[in-house]
Ligand binder design. Sequence first.
Ligand code: CU
Length: 114
Amino acid sequence: MNKLILTLGFALATSSGTTLAASHEHHHDMTAQQIVMESAATHAGTGILKVINAKSNKVQIAHDAIATLNWPAMNMWFTMRDAIPKDLKVGDEVHFELVQGENNQWLIVKIDHK
Ligand SMILES: [Cu+2]
């Protein structure tokens, strides 16, 4: 969560009223807490692990509906930000957390047994 820490650091550094970069001016009236919430944008989901592809570090999950994303239940591939936990196996019920990474790709940043 380096990005999160950097963003929060930026908010604290700029809240003292010194120079504010033009590209960040829309954050000017936000509290540090609001900036953290916006930049985190983590979505939680649950589902069943269908396929594990260790080589590409991807998993396919039959996920339940994710209300915060307006997603219906579906079968979907996700890239793991970190290594796939070794204790997970196909058929397991899982809960996970998603963030949108670069190239708008959805990354699982946390996954565990439900
Ligand atoms: Cu989906």
